[in-house]
Ligand binder design. Structure first.
Ligand code: 26Q
Length: 835
């Protein structure tokens, strides 16, 4: 360095090392991080060190854009969307970020010089499982689309120390292991201690009169916990935009620490510290029933309180607006289900108690800022909190909810003066014993817009689940059909198909998925069909290797890959897939028939307390063991239960799949999003008229979709007229014998009771109408298998599925939210604006 180098030159030089994109700079940056961030020389570096060094090199290159993005939003005073979600299933970050920066090939080549495989580096990253399933993954796809569409957005959530449990199978049963995803460090997050927020629980509300003689409420006492934010950059594809996902981690508050320590009771002090910090310890592993657990309510309030304070702080910092009248022009809050719905009351508390607004003004602002997405049709999954619990934890919020409800019921009274029944149905408070707070009702009352996640779902919300509200406020209700990001689910997961598509139609589809339409004519092009088929075959071999290495299970890539992957739920009917597999087994083994060779794969986690779901896993494993070790069906039929299904597994499996099982009982699956990923990757759907399946079928045409089963209306009628599964069994010899075989404990003489009990359950209870749909299911599976034997029919269907998947990009979904709910224009981030 020459003596006249100025400080500015030094900064430019440093920036260069940390932002440069040439192979030499990248190599130097990685070696630099290896030495200075990991304190390792190349010869002593483990794969984990390399993963960290490469990730930090990538993060450096995002930071530049990250800072510029934040600055651009502030400088342009951009209106922003704040997405509040208790779950984010992001998947691994390194490969995604390398792809976004266009650095994959360079990184691969540079690592190869040192004998390191990029794929092995990817595999060192923990899959961050901060979600249960569809809802959490949807939030991650949305974050990707928001950044890609250059929309000013921020995601808020909880930094769970333990994500969704790791699933092991022992003796056929699910066993849960803790998911210590942070054990090896997380290079993607940055701790922002300076934005720590404080959250109160318990205590009491004191009343007083202010100088103007108005009644004021002060929430005092109880205990406080701090929320420390950790920020993860979310980079858009092909843009400079890098948005922020801000996750809150609970820390005991210092005040509290000191007080107890000073009393000299150290043991109690550490215990209390552990109790406060337990708030962000673990993700609740259920997505089926909304059990009203205190810790869960604490989690919800914790992250909502931190997030809304953060939003208010940011608004006030850049606006001189004591009455906050301009806030709804700058802030939209989207509630991902009711999990963050306490936001309605918390926003009111902040505006009324802290900012001193009058009730009417505060309510107008609150409602103008909030919108709510519903994700379920299951009544048992609607969140309710017991009023005594709620009062103990959030006394001020209870008062606020009572006042919201009082005013709302006055509106209801004007709307329908003599309908007491209607009032009790609409009321936010359920008059049960103990009373319950209905969070869906609070969300609808406190929101400007309410949406479902697929056409059928939104229709059923309007006609059934939220009918009274939809009648009263029809203009609030709308549909936003879900989507998935084509960056992760096509470009990243299926590099071979990505290359083929790009060769055929260019790469515009990556950010404009409707361009896949241009592939439609290729359904008649023999060379293209061959190429698609060849890619599927290679992906199946890739899956075979991956699975064998991970679990020791050996699949045969010459057979149809028939795949059912999602959370284990009765309504999703994993059991029906299993029964069908038993039926195929019977045909080969006892009836001497020949079938089209098929490998059935089922993967998914059961909520630890969901006994029926756990028994289903056990039965699938017992049936799988029997089938896979029976030489009579070798090469014809295989069944595998895939342990620990997660995002990373999905990325490998979906590109290798031929049949996508979307077999929920009609009227139960809000949307489904796995169905869309399969379609994009050229699997054909075997599905009911449920959720987004309906729209997928509309998009691809009925001739390119294997439809079966009763529709939502038929199911309703069936159940209204007292459904008797046994009647259907008696009309279906195949089903009857299949259930009999299960009942005989043929598949596991040692665990007879589980199999017997399940056979009884199907015959006598069958709440999700497997028996009613089974004949139709067998038939369509037969059609699918037959089609498989006619490549000249199958592969054009595959191409038509891919070509018509454009509608299911989350870019389309997010564009609809931005235009129709958020009123949110994009903001261009240009790297030239940085000083
Ligand atoms: C609630 C209270 C207490 C504990 C847990 C919960 C809880 C947690 C997660 C309730 C529900 C969930 C998740 C629900 C979910 O994933 N729903 C799915 O959302 C997808 C995205 O919209 C849809 O595609 C699926 O159809 C829907 O099942």
């Amino acid at each position: 360095m020459s003596t006249d180098t100025t400080a500015k030159d030094v900064i430019v030089k440093v920036e260069d090392d940390r932002t440069g994109m040439s192979p030499e700079t990248l190599r130097r940056a990685v070696l630099d991080h290896l030495r200075f961030s990991r304190a390792k020389t190349l010869s002593h570096a483990h794969l984990l060190d390399i993963y960290h060094a490469v990730s930090l090199m990538v993060r450096d290159r995002l930071v530049h854009r990250w800072i510029t993005t934040a600055k651009t939003y502030n400088d342009t005073d951009a209106r922003r969307i704040y997405y509040l979600s208790a779950e984010y299933l992001l998947g691994r970050q390194l490969e995604k970020n390398l792809l976004n920066l266009g650095l994959v090939d360079m990184a691969r080549a540079e690592l190869a010089r040192y004998g390191v495989r990029l794929q092995d580096v990817y595999e060192r990253e923990a899959d961050p499982g901060l979600g249960n399933g569809g809802l959490g993954r949807l939030a991650a796809c949305f974050m990707d689309s928001l950044a890609t569409l250059e929309l000013p957005a921020m995601g808020y959530g909880i930094r769970y120390e333990f994500g969704i449990f790791r699933q092991q199978i022992r003796d056929g049963w699910q066993v849960e292991q803790p998911d210590e995803w942070l054990r090896n460090g997380n290079p993607w997050e940055i701790r922002r201690h300076e934005y720590t927020a404080t959250v109160r629980f318990g205590g009491r509300v004191e009343q007083s009169l202010d100088a103007e003689g108005n009644m004021r409420f002060v929430w005092v006492g109880g205990e406080t916990v701090n929320g420390v934010p950790f920020d993860t950059p979310i980079a858009g594809f092909g843009t400079a935009t890098v948005n922020t996902l801000r996750l809150w981690s609970a820390r005991a508050s210092e005040q509290f620490d000191l007080a107890v320590f000073n009393d000299g009771d150290f043991r109690r002090a550490t215990e209390q510290k552990a109790v406060s910090e337990s708030i962000s310890k673990i993700l609740y592993p259920r997505d089926d029933s909304a059990e009203g657990k205190e810790l869960r309510l604490r989690q919800q309030y914790f992250f909502v309180c931190c997030s809304l304070q953060d939003i208010l702080r940011r608004y006030k910092r850049y606006h001189d607006d004591p009455t906050l009248s301009g806030m709804p022009d700058k802030v939209v809050v989207q509630l991902n289900d009711t999990h963050p719905s306490i936001a309605v009351a918390e926003m009111m508390r902040l505006l009324v108690d802290r900012e001193g607004l009058g009730w009417e003004d505060a309510w107008e602002r609150t409602r103008a800022m909030i919108a709510y997405t519903n994700h379920t049709l299951l009544p048992e999954a609607l969140e309710r909190w017991s009023l005594p619990l709620f009062r103990r934890l959030l006394p001020r919020h209870l008062q606020i909810i009572y006042e919201i409800n009082r005013r709302f019921l006055r509106q209801v009274h004007l709307y329908a003066p003599n309908d007491a029944d209607l009032k009790s149905r609409l009321s936010i408070i359920e008059e049960s014993d103990p009373k319950q707070i209905r969070m869906a009702n609070l969300s609808v009352v406190g929101s400007r817009m309410v949406n479902g996640v697929a056409q059928l779902h939104s229709k059923l919300l309007r006609e059934r689940v939220l009918k009274d509200f939809a009648d009263m406020y029809p203009e609030r209700f709308t549909n936003k059909t879900n989507g998935v990001t084509p960056r992760r689910w096509l470009m990243q997961a299926n590099p071979r198909l990505r290359a083929l598509i790009t060769e055929a139609i260019g790469d515009g589809w990556i950010t404009d998925l409707d361009q896949l339409q241009a592939l439609a004519p290729q359904a008649n092009d023999a060379a293209f069909l061959d190429a698609v088929r060849d890619i599927k075959q290679q992906n199946k071999i890739r899956w075979q290797r991956w699975l064998a290495r991970k679990t020791g299970q050996l699949v045969n890539p010459e057979m149809i890959f028939d795949v059912h992957i999602k959370r284990i739920h009765e309504y999703k009917r994993q059991l029906m897939v299993c029964l069908h597999t038993i039926h195929l087994y019977r045909r080969i083994k006892f009836l001497g028939e020949d079938i089209v060779p098929r490998t059935v794969m089922i993967g998914g986690k059961a909520a630890p307390g969901y006994a029926r779901a756990k028994k289903t896993i056990k039965i699938i494993n017992d049936v799988a063991n029997t089938i896979n070790s029976d030489p009579d069906v070798q090469g014809k039929l295989q069944l595998y239960f895939l342990p620990n299904y997660n995002v990373s597994m999905t990325e490998k499996l979906i590109p290798a799949s031929d049949l996508s099982e979307q077999v929920s009982m009609a009227g139960k699956e809000a949307s489904g999003t796995g169905n869309m990923k399969f379609q994009m990757n050229g699997a054909l759907t075997v599905g009911t008229l449920d959720g987004a399946n309906i729209e997928i079928r509309d998009a691809v045409g009925p001739e390119n979709f294997f439809l079966f089963g009763l529709n939502a209306m038929e199911i309703r009628e069936l159940q209204a007229n007292h459904y008797v599964p046994n009647e259907w069994l008696n009309r279906s010899p195949a089903l009857k014998e299949t259930v009999d075989l299960l009942d005989s404990s043929f598949f596991n003489p040692d665990d007879r009771w589980v199999h017997k009990e399940m056979a009884r359950y199907i015959r006598e209870d069958d709440p999700y109408c497997i028996c009613a749909d089974f004949e139709s299911y067998m038939e369509i599976q037969e059609r699918a298998a037959e089609t498989w034997t006619q490549p000249e029919t199958w592969w054009p269907m595959v191409v038509r599925n891919i070509a018509n998947s454009g509608r299911f990009s989350s870019d389309r979904t997010i564009r609809e939210y931005a235009e129709e709910i958020w009123n949110l224009p994009p903001v261009k981030v240009s790297m030239k604006t940085e000083e």
